[in-house]
Design a protein around this ligand. Structure first.
Ligand code: ADP
Ligand code: MG
Length: 225
């Protein structure tokens, strides 16, 4: 029923990282994206570069170990191997997604390695006042890569955990004014029993025409471009 064609990915596939603060909904959204992309016939793999602390809810790897998300998800490689592993595991004409832990601009952490391993970065931002600063930090990192001549990814912002407040529209206006490309679709906050708050370790249900379908298609278009 969906009129939008599935984009053709380059023969070497595409690598995309999801970054942002802890609790922004990255891992949850990636679980959905893998299931939706699989339903479109796009081969995918996940690499989970997050090493969770005891208090954390759970990572993509833990999720994928409990249920079939439609794609294999690998645990964190050693930091110096991240780039090479993303290259090696990326399926032909498919997508390799890299999930990350809370954004940190740290020289020996995984984030710099992840940024140099991907062509695209999706920055997940919750509509709170500090988030413009976080966007600035991520963009600064990308500029740092460009300055050293390293391959630098293309950044897109996705608004996540969006409620009914006007804060999301205000943040989006600020980001757009500052020159950041913001994705049209938003990952909405929902505590519904069959929704994202309860999907961890549960199989993802793919529904054509749903909000998640829209997100999955828009992100795939951006990744393929
Ligand atoms: N759209 C959403 N609405 C409500 N709760 C969500 C949503 N997405 C994720 N959650 C919940 O919020 C918490 C953080 O999500 P998670 O995906 O682990 O974030 P991150 O990977 O960015 O740290 C989890 O408890 C998860 O179940
Ligand atoms: Mg996570």
């Amino acid at each position: 029923m969906n009129p939008r064609p599935v984009p053709v990915l380059p023969s070497g596939g595409r690598r995309v990282a999801f970054v942002g603060k802890g609790g922004a909904g990255k891992s949850t959204m990636l679980a959905y994206l893998l299931a939706y992309w699989k339903s479109y016939g796009v081969p995918c793999v996940g690499i989970d570069t997050d090493v969770p602390g005891e208090k954390e809810h759970g990572t993509l790897y833990v999720h994928a170990s409990a249920v079939d998300l439609g794609a294999p998800v690998y645990p964190a490689p050693a930091v110096p191997q991240i780039r090479q592993e993303a290259q090696r595991l990326c399926p032909e004409k498919g997508v390799c997604v890299l999930d990350t832990g809370a954004w940190e601009r740290k020289d020996n952490g995984p984030h710099l390695a992840v940024m140099s391993a991907v062509e695209k970065v999706i920055l997940c931002l919750q509509p709170t006042p500090n988030e413009v600063e976080r966007a600035t930090s991520v963009l600064g990192y990308i500029h740092q890569l460009e300055n050293t001549g390293a391959p630098a990814p293309e950044l897109h912002v996705m608004m996540t955990m969006v409620g009914r407040s006007v804060a999301a529209d205000q943040l989006e206006d600020k980001l757009t004014a500052a020159g950041y490309p913001v994705l049209r679709s938003r990952f909405k906050y929902s505590s519904a029993m069959n929704g994202p708050a309860h999907v961890f370790k549960q199989p993802v249900k793919v529904k054509s025409g749903s909000e998640m379908d829209e997100i999955a298609r828009e992100v795939l278009d951006v990744v393929a471009r």
